[in-house]
Write a protein that binds this ligand. Structure first.
Ligand SMILES: [Fe+2]
Length: 146
């Protein structure tokens, strides 16, 4: 087990939590003509992020380490948490969502290279599956802006 890899996976998990909380907030707080579409989209996304966090946490355990397991630990580890809870404009929500989604894609790709370096094909496979989902979300969110 590589400590560097496990640490990066913990950061990835904490950042996925931050993305989940922001996305869930948008699911609750979106207003306007696009309410139904975006309420549904953000709801679908946070469910996927929730499942993914569990997969990451269990992989961290399988690597004989412990995942961040409290709000304090998650807050301390996450590197992309900004407070957007006062945003009400749907287009601004999509813009913030895309920005955070992109940060996660970039981190996930870096983590993929780290997995390759350490020959951890299982973690790499989980991360690739997550990138596929994030890029699908980006496509959908971009398309809604046109
Ligand atoms: Fe809901």
């Amino acid at each position: 087990m590589s400590k560097e890899l496990v640490h990066s996976l913990k950061i990835m998990m904490a950042n996925t939590y931050a993305h989940l909380i922001q996305t869930q907030g948008f699911h609750w707080n979106v207003e306007g003509k696009e309410f139904f579409d975006l309420h549904g989209f953000f709801g679908d996304v946070y469910e996927v992020l929730f499942e993914t966090i569990d997969i990451f946490a269990e992989r961290i355990r399988a690597l004989d380490a412990y995942p961040p397991s409290s709000l304090g630990q998650i807050t301390a580890m996450n590197t992309m948490d900004e407070d957007h809870s006062d945003v009400r404009v749907s287009s601004k929500m999509v813009e913030i969502f895309l920005k955070n989604n992109h940060i996660l894609v970039t981190q996930a790709k870096e983590l993929c290279h780290l997995c390759e370096k350490h020959g951890d094909l299982v973690t790499q496979d989980l991360i690739i599956a997550f990138i596929y989902k994030l890029e699908k979300f980006a496509w959908m969110a971009h398309s809604s802006m046109k």
